[in-house]
Design a protein around this ligand. Structure first.
Ligand SMILES: [Zn+2]
Length: 294
């Protein structure tokens, strides 16, 4: 599978280009989280966006970037993250949201609604830092470009797309073109025109699944140098110990009540749907300092 993150610089046109493709990993997420098509499209765009933002992380799992979208639309919350070694995961609060397409496209803007777009960067140095902007469109690509301009003073064009046929993702990917200070105006106009004539990034990637083709399509006539190619894959970083921490942070009485009814308590990861079960005896051991549960 050609799921890759490409980091490219063009020495003639003075732009940086990042391209990501994520078709298979988004299908994995769709199956695990049982997302509806509009939820898959929204989550997929956010996941590709997080992969694009991860391009400048050091190649380590300790560095990661997260996009957090909180909106008043029916999805409520969309979270996507990617670390420095291309491990991507995502979460959506209401995966079953069903909205009709609008103008032949999944109505991501309506599913997301109005709200806030936050990017959290964890460079593995202690406190992660986060920056928030209001959602300007809810389509996610425009919101990411707006975020980059407002929070990081980066002039960019962002394309994110997910193409779904009969519930299955047949193309998912995107690109981020960053304008560098020496960029030539006529080259920028040419690039904008090429972006316009792609005919939608998801359809383009469906017909040309190798991300390198997008690089040459956009930067033809320039002098592109591919600086790095990183594989992308779905990988969740949940662990049993983290699930236990979630239980320990729960209201103690609610937990005791649960354990009166069931022999085990289960914590399910919202990112990968993995279930972690804890027996009454096990929890009794952990909770003992605060009183027995039965
Ligand atoms: Zn997980």
């Amino acid at each position: 599978m050609r799921q890759r993150l490409l980091r490219v610089v063009d020495d003639r046109w003075h732009v940086r280009l990042i391209v990501a493709t994520a078709t298979a990993l988004l299908n994995t997420v769709r199956r695990r989280l049982a997302t509806s098509p509009v939820a898959t499209a929204s989550l997929g765009r956010a996941m590709v966006g997080s992969a694009l933002l991860s391009a400048y992380l050091k190649p380590t799992a300790q560095q990661r970037v997260q996009i957090h979208i909180a909106g008043d639309g029916p999805l409520r919350e969309v979270v996507a993250e990617c670390n420095g070694i291309g491990h991507v995961r995502g979460y959506v609060r209401n995966p079953q949201v069903d909205l009709p397409p609008r103008d032949g496209k999944w109505d991501v803007a309506r599913a997301v609604g109005r709200g806030y777009f936050t990017v959290l960067r964890d460079l593995g140095l202690g406190e992660p830092y986060a920056s928030t902007v209001p959602l300007v469109s809810g389509e996610i690509a425009q919101d990411l470009a707006y975020y980059l301009l407002q929070s990081e003073q980066v002039h960019s064009a962002v394309l994110l797309g997910v193409l779904i046929r009969r519930e299955r993702v047949i193309a998912a990917g995107g690109c981020l073109v960053e304008r560098l200070p020496d960029a030539d105006e006529s080259a920028m106009d040419q690039l904008s025109e090429r972006i316009r004539t792609l005919g939608g990034i998801s359809h383009w990637l469906w017909r040309h699944p190798d991300p390198i083709q997008l690089v040459y399509q956009l930067l033809e006539g320039g002098r592109p140098r591919i600086l790095e190619v990183r594989p992308l894959r779905f990988r969740c970083r949940c662990r049993r110990s983290r699930a236990l921490e979630v239980l320990m942070a729960m209201d103690r009485q609610a937990l005791i009540d649960d354990l009166r009814q069931e022999a085990t308590v289960e914590v399910r990861c919202g990112f990968c749907n993995a279930a972690y079960g804890f027996s009454r005896e096990e929890l009794d051991f952990y909770l003992r300092p605060l009183g027995r549960v039965h």
